[in-house]
Design a protein around this ligand. Structure first.
Ligand code: ZN
Length: 213
């Protein structure tokens, strides 16, 4: 019973973190429905039974049964997992699998999922570069479509380098284009102002150079 409560708290807190990230970039529906299948009996009962506290109960189930029934149920229903997007190949392709490119909004949800997981696992020691470090360890498995892998890596690199505020703004304005018309106009005007300033600076520098000649 205690483990069921702890498991409930863990998944709900994870969902809260992912929802916060998704809301920040305008993915409201995905933020609200992220990982909802974890409350279904097929996933919840197994999760509570194998609750560990410091790692995924799926791995404990795997060690016990040889595979995780909860994970099979989960990845088949949640489009933010790249495993959802793996088909088998009718051509002679390496390993016989065909990863399909993920739609951008699910790449972004996968990004938020990884950030939230890193925050939970690393606690107070969390740094913006942690999700990238984790990604680098599993890179090149061939299970993600190369385009999807590159998109995810770009976002993680941006996060490591520029932090959440700028990365989320980039996602909102350029990856998903979910910014409101007013936000887009503001971004456009800001860009015009920067370009104008840049033009002025360049002209001044040219004038200065001519004077010196
Ligand atoms: Zn999930």
């Amino acid at each position: 019973m205690i483990r069921a409560l702890e498991h409930f708290k863990t998944i709900t807190y994870h969902r809260y973190l992912v929802a916060k990230g998704c809301f920040a970039v305008g993915l409201y529906y995905q933020g609200l429905t992220h990982d909802l299948s974890k409350y279904s009996p097929a996933e919840f009962i197994v999760g509570a039974m194998y609750y560990q506290g410091n790692r995924s109960p799926n791995n404990a189930e795997r060690e016990d049964r040889g595979y995780s029934s909860a994970w099979l149920h989960h990845k088949g229903r949640n489009k933010h997992h790249y495993e959802y997007w793996i088909d088998y190949s009718v051509h002679a392709i390496d390993k016989g699998f065909t990863p399909v490119p993920m739609p951008r909004r699910y790449v972004v949800e996968m990004f938020m999922d990884r950030v939230a997981a890193s925050k939970v696992y690393n606690g107070d020691a969390y740094k913006d570069s942690d999700p990238l470090t984790y990604f680098s360890k599993g890179k090149g498995s061939g299970l993600l479509h190369p385009k999807t892998e590159a998109q995810l890596e770009r976002l993680l690199m941006m996060l490591a380098r520029y932090g959440e505020k700028r990365t989320f703004a980039y996602i909102k304005n350029h990856v998903l284009k979910t910014a409101s018309p007013a936000q887009r106009i503001r971004a456009f005007l800001l860009r015009q102002r920067i370009l104008a300033d840049y033009g002025k600076l360049k002209k001044e520098a040219q004038r200065e150079a001519k004077r010196k000649m």
